[in-house]
Design a protein around this ligand. Structure first.
Ligand code: NAG
Ligand code: NAG
Ligand code: NAG
Ligand code: NAG
Ligand code: NAG
Ligand code: NAG
Ligand code: NAG
Ligand code: NAG
Ligand code: NAG
Length: 453
């Protein structure tokens, strides 16, 4: 009887995300962990000046011993908790109380340098290693980063300056990076001023990002909000993201390294999001997509104040694919190019890439979209040797400003459209075949996605 109860307790503390496909189904149920300690018990001082790296490392080392006892919570009370990078552990909840801020220290010499990710082969910005992220997970199971609207602040300005002046010795750290882990929840928090990416799940499964607010200033260079990277079964919902470059970017590795690592980003469900991005795109795919990106459903999104609303980026040498992607119920405002796809965007990690590794863009459906103050409605610039195919557009009304006389640009692309205004280029204007080529596929992806709701 007692054993059974214990077992039940242990089970109930595992993150119960919809294990089916990681789609946004019911919200994750986060039962309290049976053990909780405060960071204060490890000598931390929340004055915004004292460096608390050891306190975080020691607390998490201590909490490791509760992994087989239902896990434990590390409680962070109100205060400004300055720290360098630290690692999480399995069956852990990091809980930030209202008024609690974990603040990244600003001295790059304090930051560990770690190996590049194998699917990238090198640091993104500088060849070689990269600075470790502020909060890290590696090969974890059942980890929760949550709170009562506490803050995780990367104080990115020092990194943005180093990036801007080309003085980085290694690629910039991210705010939170979870690698090769399963059952990860990030919720109910505010993320500020990421040095580069804010939340980066890579090689992960079953990740639920819920009710978070993420921001960095518009001028912060190449800052990105959420970056699902070579990961599957991801739900992102009820989030507000405002970034310098992209708000949400789906990726899967870089050229020959990504092709060799061969891990796609798939089964991603994004809904109820407000995305603002300054110089990039609110919703981006690639350009690092060499492991492939597929089976993505985005619905009920508000995309605004950005260079582009939705953007697919790739280049010869990437290989991989972006396919089976459906977006519906999207509102776009104050965006230069509402929908963009380019086969000529991005750089290569080194000169060992294979220029004949051609990426595919296929079966992309965009429907029920309205937009205001748009300059270019759509720009599809495919690759001659691998044209973009089966682009399906339906019920799209974009009200364009008068900045540009051209509202659509197309080359090396084919597709279908139905009720699209302004009228798309002939390459995409093929109403008679819309239903046969697009609709059956659309039914299958929405069925798969609603099956678990
Ligand atoms: C954190 O994890 C990384 C591997 O991801 C490791 O290199 C580093 O030593 C760990 N740091 C600590 C303090 O345990
Ligand atoms: C979202 O998080 C805030 C705290 O950050 C909380 O007050 C609110 O209830 C949460 N909403 C949902 C739907 O969980
Ligand atoms: C959460 O905190 C941020 C900044 O600390 C604040 O701007 C925001 O209004 C808060 N949100 C909620 C739901 O309390
Ligand atoms: C980069 O390396 C150079 C030479 O070792 C050193 O002088 C400089 O302080 C380093 N810069 C940073 C930001 O760590
Ligand atoms: C977020 O906060 C709300 C309100 O406190 C709570 O009901 C919910 O369980 C939390 N959700 C997650 C996923 O932490
Ligand atoms: C229209 O959008 C552009 C950005 O593309 C923005 O600069 C401009 O202020 C917007 N105009 C209005 C009237 O909102
Ligand atoms: C067309 O899209 C709009 C949203 O932009 C939606 O309100 C409307 O119901 C859609 N119409 C049809 C026929 O699905
Ligand atoms: C395909 O793209 C190439 C340049 O990449 C261009 O020269 C060619 O005209 C395009 N073909 C079509 C059919 O648009
Ligand atoms: C429409 O589809 C039919 C069969 O599916 C095909 O024979 C025909 O060529 C297509 N028409 C166009 C204009 O693509």
């Amino acid at each position: 009887m007692f054993v059974a109860l214990l077992l039940l307790l242990a089970l109930s503390n595992a993150v119960s995300i919809d294990a089916e496909v990681g789609r946004c189904g019911s919200n994750p149920i986060l039962d309290p962990r049976p053990h909780s300690v405060s960071i204060l018990e490890f000598g931390a001082v929340g004055d915004g000046k004292t460096l608390n790296t050891l306190a975080f490392q020691n607390a998490i080392f201590y909490l490791k011993s509760f992994a087989d006892k239902g896990g434990a919570q590390l409680y962070v009370p109100p205060g400004n908790w300055l720290t360098d990078s630290f690692n999480l552990t399995s069956h852990l909840t990091l809980f930030l109380e209202k008024g609690a801020a974990i603040i990244g220290s600003q001295d790059p010499s304090h930051w560990n340098v770690v190996e590049p990710l194998p699917s990238y082969g090198r640091g993104l910005e500088v060849p070689g290693g990269r600075y470790q992220s502020l909060i890290n997970g590696y090969m974890l199971n059942d980890v929760v980063i949550t709170g009562n609207n506490g803050t995780i602040d990367g104080t990115g300005s020092i990194w943005w300056e180093l990036f801007g002046s080309h003085s980085l010795n290694y690629s910039r750290p991210h705010l939170v990076e979870i690698v090769a882990s399963e059952f990860v929840v990030v919720s109910n928090l505010t993320f500020l001023n990421a040095p580069a990416y804010s939340i980066h799940p890579v090689y992960c499964s079953h990740v639920h990002i819920h009710n978070v607010s993420i921001s960095a200033p518009p001028e912060s260079p190449y800052t990105v909000g959420i970056v699902p990277d070579s990961s599957d079964s991801i739900c992102i919902e009820d989030c507000v993201v405002t970034m310098g470059y992209d708000a949400i970017a789906l990726k899967s590795g870089w050229d020959e390294y990504g092709i060799a690592y061969d891990r796609p980003t798939e089964n991603v469900h994004i809904r109820n999001v407000h995305l603002e991005a300054f110089s990039g795109s609110t919703l981006a795919f690639g350009s690092d997509m060499s492991g492939g990106i597929s089976n993505v459903l985005v619905e009920h999104a508000h995309l605004f104040n950005s260079n582009s609303g939705v953007e697919f980026r790739t280049i010869k040498g990437r290989g991989g694919y972006m396919k089976d992607i459906v977006m519906s119920d999207i509102q776009i405002e104050n965006v230069h190019t509402a929908i963009a796809a380019t086969g000529h965007c991005g750089s290569h990690p080194d000169d060992k890439f294979d220029p004949n590794a051609l990426p595919l863009l296929d079966h992309i459906t965009l429907k029920d979209i309205s937009g205001t103050n748009i300059t270019i409605a759509g720009s599809f610039v495919g690759i001659e040797e691998s044209p973009f195919t089966n682009i399906c557009l339906s019920n799209i009304t974009l009200s364009t400003n008068s900045v540009s006389a051209i509202t659509w640009k197309c080359s090396n692309v084919s597709g279908f459209s139905d009720s699209v205004s302004p009228k798309p280029c002939p390459d995409l204007e093929n109403p008679s075949n819309y239903s046969s080529s697009c609709f059956s596929y659309l039914m299958s992806i929405t069925e798969r996605n609603t099956a678990v709701l």
